[in-house]
Design a binder for this molecule. Structure first.
Ligand code: UDP
Length: 327
């Protein structure tokens, strides 16, 4: 049995799907602060609750024979983290420490952790590998790096076996269209462009066109959420088999697309012309963030398989359907 903490969120719910498709038994713990009950596959057991609640965790570990924990529950808005760092250190760091402590007390020693490219801050190189210096520039990125360090200490001191996955820009939706990205508020580029094209927003803003890039807009590495989810299954299997005991991997496509290119691709795929406005830079946006994911290819045989057109197509199908389903 596996415990997926935060399994009702965007990435967690896609990983739950991959796991149940892989015939794994899954328990999801989620406080539904940002996740959705409908996003959890019905083959998984769902418990509404908070990982900061050590008594609840203890009960879960007593009832179910949990082999490994996959942890997705986190606050993840960079801007909010600057305004309200306490929330980020409580939800992301302190609650994860509780989870790891109760796991240790129950001799559960296998862990998959969702980290972020935000740990790199403004990198000195354009293509980032796992040895690139970590230097987060906001409380969100710092909270992720702190947990990475706690996890590493649990490995060396208590024998925790783990894989930490540093995501670049997750996007897209599940192939059947059942689940996809549904944040409130939405801050990410691709869903915002598509919501605009569906008439839910009057325009799309480009946050700065004076970056040091070919067209002046920021370049990011977009990775399909199902590619991300597959990486979790591989990482989990490697940890369960103890082929890997402590590793950090980047997860990206290795291709960078500018904000303008994303908006143009959305226009081509949907056939709808967007109204584009130029806005001021958003705080803390690096010019270019592109992953080198060769380490996970070499060690686990993973690479991204879904390109930007298919990422946007799947997101478009999803966004069109939620207008009908979840109005
Ligand atoms: N962005 C933008 N307009 C928007 C939302 C995002 O220009 O309405 C830009 C943002 O400044 C960044 C890129 O799109 O350069 C990707 O932003 P997103 O929030 O999707 O992901 P992040 O890279 O911050 O994780």
């Amino acid at each position: 049995m596996l415990l997926v903490v935060g399994g009702a969120g965007y990435i967690g719910s896609h990983v739950v799907k991959e796991l149940v498709e892989d015939n794994r038994e899954v328990v999801v713990l989620d406080n539904l602060s940002t996740g959705h009950r409908w996003a959890v596959d019905e083959r998984a057991i769902f418990i509404e609750g908070d990982m900061a609640d050590s008594k609840l965790l203890q009960k879960v570990f007593e009832i179910y024979n949990i082999e490994a924990v996959l942890h997705f529950a986190a606050s993840s808005l960079v801007g909010e983290s600057v305004i309200n760092p306490i929330k980020y250190y409580e939800n992301n760091v302190s609650s994860t420490l509780t989870l790891l402590k109760v796991m240790k007390e129950n001799k559960i020693d296998k862990f998959i952790f969702s980290s972020s490219a935000a740990v790199y801050g403004i990198p000195s190189v354009d293509i980032i590998d796992e040895n690139t210096l970590t230097n987060p520039i906001n409380p969100y990125g710092k909270s992720k790096l702190m947990v990475e360090q706690i996890v590493e200490d649990f490995h060396y001191s208590y024998g925790l076996k783990y894989v930490t996955l540093r995501y670049f820009n997750a996007a897209g939706a599940y192939k059947t269209g059942e689940i996809g990205e549904y944040h409130n508020p939405e801050t990410h580029l691709i869903p915002l462009v598509l919501e605009h094209l569906l008439g839910k927003k009057s325009s799309i803003s480009i946050y700065g066109n004076d970056y040091n890039t070919k067209d002046g807009t920021c370049i990011r590495d977009y990775i399909h959420v199902t590619d991300l989810a597959r990486a979790h299954v591989l990482a989990l299997n490697a940890v369960l088999n103890e082929e890997v005991t402590n590793a950090i991997f980047n997860l990206g496509n290795g291709n960078g697309y500018s904000v303008k290119e994303i908006i143009d691709t959305c226009e081509i795929i949907t056939g709808i012309k967007p109204i584009v406005k130029l806005d001021k830079r958003r705080i803390g946006d690096p010019d270019v963030l592109v992953a080198n994911s060769k380490k996970i290819l070499k060690e686990l045989g993973w690479k991204a398989t879904i390109d930007i057109e298919d990422i946007i197509k799947s997101a478009w199908n999803w966004h069109k359907s939620i207008l009908v389903k979840r109005k």
